[in-house]
Design a protein around this ligand. Structure first.
Ligand SMILES: N[C@H](CCC[C@H](N)C(=O)O)C(=O)O
Length: 280
């Protein structure tokens, strides 16, 4: 079956986006892996499928699949690209769009300058929310690796994140620590591994070894989780510029360790790369 798609990216975190409203598509993990393959397929970090919502009060549903074929709960850069996709293709005339994902309902605002601001909802920091196996909830947890032990913060943005502070992001052994954290036995559903260098109370550098995709040039939920982790440790103010290898996101969160029930607001760009058709 031939399917129309749009290749997009959010700060270099790249996606194959498919309109499953005006075309029929049946995907399975093998087909996702083939689509995402950078040699045998189109190539991307995640595949995003735009669908009719199940909830009549919501504008769209969108599903998120990692390059390894796993379906996941949330994707920050993907949400911004989804908003640009449905706007550009006139699937909606709204600039404030509601969308349901496996994690719940989000509101996305397409701004005049083309950037998209997303209410990512409130973070969850109970270990069971990730899930993360820990004796009790804490701001940081020791996480033994083969040749060292990290101190991680555990934050769910609907999807799980383990955030580690590093002194120098460029020297951090992400290719060694990332896979060990991602598949650590204390994370039964695996985890996205974030490595954050704090520059100031309003600026950080971040690299993310993503669950199911490896190190990406940017991770939206990872940037949200990193700011939450930084605020739980009282290192960051409520608005932070997060510098990722692919570019910068602005993250706002008014919450604290005492009161996490505040939405994280992520703002950043979304870009088209090309349109195409592919046999799936
Ligand atoms: N790898 C993530 C999903 C994609 C998240 C990322 N691309 C973002 O922008 O948030 C996970 O397995 O939870």
């Amino acid at each position: 079956m031939r399917v129309r798609f749009t290749k997009m990216h959010g700060l270099g975190n790249d996606f194959v986006v498919i309109d499953a409203i005006s075309q029929r598509i049946k995907l399975n993990a093998d087909k996702v892996r083939r689509l995402a393959d950078r040699r045998f397929g189109v190539g991307c970090d995640q595949v995003l499928i735009v669908e009719v919502p199940q909830n009549p009060d919501v504008d769209f549903r969108y599903r998120i699949f990692n390059a390894d074929g796993s379906e996941v709960e949330n994707c920050g850069n993907g949400a911004r690209c989804f908003a640009k996709f449905v706007t550009d293709r006139k699937l909606t005339g709204k600039s404030s769009i509601t969308v349901e994902t496996a994690n719940g309902i989000m509101v996305l605002n397409v701004q005049d300058n083309g950037e998209v601001s997303v209410d990512m909802g409130a973070p969850r920091i109970q270990p069971a929310d990730l899930p993360f196996i820990a004796a009790e909830q804490a701001v940081t947890y020791p996480l033994p690796l083969t040749d060292t032990s990290l101190e991680v913060s555990a934050v769910s943005m609907g999807n799980p994140h383990a955030v580690t502070l590093v002194d120098d992001i460029d020297q951090a052994p992400v290719e060694n620590w990332g896979p060990q954290v991602e598949s650590h036995q204390q994370f039964p559903q695996r985890v996205n591994a974030g490595f954050m260098q704090v520059i100031s109370r309003s600026e950080v550098k971040l690299r993310v070894y993503e669950r199911g995709a490896g190190e990406t040039l940017a991770c939206g939920t990872g940037a949200c989780a990193a700011v939450v982790a930084g605020r739980l440790r009282n290192l960051l103010d409520s608005e932070v510029r997060v510098h990722l290898p692919g570019g910068t996101l602005t993250i706002r969160w008014e919450g604290s360790a005492e009161d996490t029930d505040h939405s994280v607001i992520m703002t950043g760009p979304a870009a088209n790369v090309f349109h195409g058709q592919v046999k799936v």
